[in-house]
Design a protein around this ligand. Structure first.
Ligand code: 5GP
Length: 191
């Protein structure tokens, strides 16, 4: 029993170094609302959800099941170069889309928008491919560090303060993506 309680004390989901910002229940409710709105807005359109790997995978998996329309999904993976902790806007495509987006209604699905530099570059790249429309859905919006202030996020899950958040697909050095909630790492040196 002692071994069991020690294990429970150190489970990732109850990690004492994490402060819960949005619970799994709050997230589920919000994603359902977003899906309902997208279902209304895209009725009769040729919808493709484009997930930006890896962070958006959990959000995309939930969001697509909350959209009551025919749709397809595709993924892109980009690496954004950082200058210290801020992204420079230089983006390299690591994995491109599997299918053309010509004449499609593209909804780009992101985990979080911070400076907006990475996404703005990605939208430039996608913008030259003949899509009928390109719109942005981001699970989290962190407006304070925004550099690309002209970026329009049509569908936002939650607005977050200027803290480093993890969980629900978002990582810190590869860890925490599996958390079912969004948390703030209290002491980054212990992460
Ligand atoms: P941006 O180009 O908007 O500054 O960077 C966006 C990317 O930086 C996101 O897709 C995400 O990978 C990462 N990022 C920005 N803020 C956070 C954060 O608070 N937590 C985590 N885990 N990643 C973040």
């Amino acid at each position: 029993m002692a071994a069991e309680s020690t294990r429970m004390d150190h489970t990732e989901f109850t990690n004492p170094n994490l402060e819960v910002l949005f619970s799994a229940e709050e997230i589920a409710d919000r994603v359902k609302e977003m899906g309902a709105r997208i279902s209304r807005d895209y009725e009769g359109k040729d919808l493709v959800l484009v997930g930006v790997l890896k962070g958006s995978c959990v959000f995309l998996a939930d969001l697509m099941r909350a959209i009551d329309l025919p749709l397809s999904i595709d993924f892109m993976s980009v690496s954004s170069y950082k200058d210290g902790t801020t992204s420079t806007g230089d983006v390299e495509i690591i994995k491109d889309l599997s299918n053309p987006i010509r004449d499609k209604d593209v909804l780009v699905v992101e985990d979080i928008i911070d400076t907006g530099l990475t996404l703005s570059r990605l939208l430039d790249i996608l913008g030259s491919r003949g899509a009928r429309s390109i719109t942005l859905a981001s699970f989290l919006d962190k407006p304070e560090p925004r550099i690309k202030t002209e970026l329009r996020i049509e569908y936002t899950g939650f607005v977050v303060p200027n803290h480093f958040v993890v969980g629900y697909g978002l990582d810190a050095a590869g860890r925490y993506r599996n958390l079912p909630f969004i948390g703030i790492v209290k002491d980054p040196s212990m992460a």
